[in-house]
Design a protein around this ligand. Structure first.
Ligand code: NAP
Ligand code: FE
Length: 366
């Protein structure tokens, strides 16, 4: 029997109108919420629902809506200052991965002080202000992971910080908040969730339970992945959100692999959306798994009920035209990626030459 540990302390409440109907669950979190969100994340109904629920509970709320994609340490510091001046004692996140990750960093750094130099040094204690998350993309699965990914300017990349206390106490899942999510964001965030489930199974830290979550995510997610570039029903939005949560639960145990580690350079230097960056690299990583006969690949194809060619074709259609990135930049990214711990956590552990080949195949020369 394989030994493993499993920890996922988030209470997930899923269903239409779950925020208004189960908002009383927020009472246990504190008396004053700092609501962390972004400008358009705040416009889908979730913020109004949350403020009404807090009002009904007799709780105060202060809104911090200045989180932009790829959150920075400066925006986290700004959030902490507002939290302290308002006297907030818990944090609510409304948005995609960016507000959710910023909220986690705010909730943690508010009680564990660190200088900018120390933020990415690891070793966080299991201590943070309580949090409730409402995802408005599907997505990162950040509502059920203990990670916050921040822009790390000193290292010119994105780096995760983690602590067991970064699991939110509550996650509210309602696909209605995604009804007007633009097509590009829908596609890119779906590619991220797909990548989480696939990479979870390709991780050296995969467990029988994380694999079960990933397979279920792929089974229900993959048929919808191909449809994300077109109109989606509300039911389909709900399903994507559920599958994205399962993929988040997967990486909460397994972590991600080389694909995520390599994608950060594309986001940092070329502003490519996080999910798209993973989608661009995933095909090359899967082809490498085939060449290296990585056993999990067969299980991934079986969960998707498709061939490797079929999966690559689906992703190619969704990705469309590739960005123009000079070959010499890709070679620099490949060299830098080798320092990322995600490389060694991959069952397909690529050499620098293989990392280079994955980058080059993502951006074929015209
Ligand atoms: P995002 O950066 O949170 O949001 C992307 C865009 O979508 C933003 O412009 C946002 O607008 C907009 N938006 C969000 N919800 C919307 C809605 N319902 N309707 C209309 N527009 C909406 O993107 P994301 O892909 O969800 O998150 C990516 C981040 O998560 C990255 O930083 C990535 O590194 C991180 N991530 C974290 C984990 C984890 O486990 N913690 C896992 C994977 C990825 P506004 O900004 O104006 O609000
Ligand atoms: Fe991701």
């Amino acid at each position: 029997m394989q030994s493993f540990a499993y920890y996922m302390p988030t209470r997930v409440i899923s269903g239409r109108n779950c925020v208004p109907e189960h908002g009383d669950q927020l009472k246990a979190l504190g008396t004053h919420a700092l609501i962390v969100t972004g400008k358009s994340s705040a416009l889908n109904g979730a913020l109004d629902d949350m403020i009404s629920a807090l009002e009904r509970n007799g709780q105060n709320a202060t809104v911090f809506d200045r989180i932009t994609p790829n959150p920075t340490v400066a925006s986290v510091r700004e959030g902490i200052a507002l939290l302290k001046s308002a006297g907030a004692d818990f944090v609510v996140a409304i948005g995609g991965g960016s507000p959710m990750d910023a909220a986690k960093a705010i909730a943690t750094l508010a009680v564990q002080e660190r200088t900018d130099e120390e933020i990415f040094a690891g070793g966080y204690a299991a201590e943070a202000l309580p949090m409730a998350h409402v995802p408005t993309t599907a997505g990162t699965g950040s509502e059920v992971t203990p990670y916050a990914i921040l822009t790390n300017d000193a290292k010119e990349t994105k780096t995760s910080i983690t602590s067991p206390a970064m699991f939110p106490r509550l996650a509210f899942l309602d696909g209605k908040y995604m009804e007007h999510l633009p097509v590009r964001s829908t596609v890119n965030t779906a590619l991220d969730a797909f990548s989480h489930a696939v990479e979870g199974m390709l991780s050296r830290n995969a467990t029988p339970l994380s694999d079960a979550l990933a397979k279920e995510s792929l089974r229900i997610f993959y048929p919808l992945l191909q449809k994300t570039a077109g109109p989606l029903t509300l039911d389909e939005r709900d399903t994507l959100l559920y599958a994205s949560m399962l993929a988040g639960m997967t990486i909460a145990q397994s972590g991600t692999t080389a694909v995520h580690g390599m994608g950060y350079a594309l986001t940092y230097f070329y502003g490519i959306d996080h999910g798209r960056a993973n989608g661009l690299l995933l095909g090359g990583a899967l082809r490498l798994c085939e060449r290296k006969s990585v056993p999990a690949l067969k299980e991934i194809l079986s969960a998707c009920s498709d061939t490797l060619d079929g999966i690559c074709e689906t992703m190619d259609t969704l990705l469309g035209a590739r960005e123009d990135i000079p070959r010499e930049h890709l070679l620099v990214f490949a060299h830098a990626a080798m320092a990322n711990k995600n490389i060694r956590k991959s069952a397909y552990e690529p050499t620098e030459e293989e990392v280079r080949a994955i980058y080059l195949s993502a951006f074929p020369a015209p």
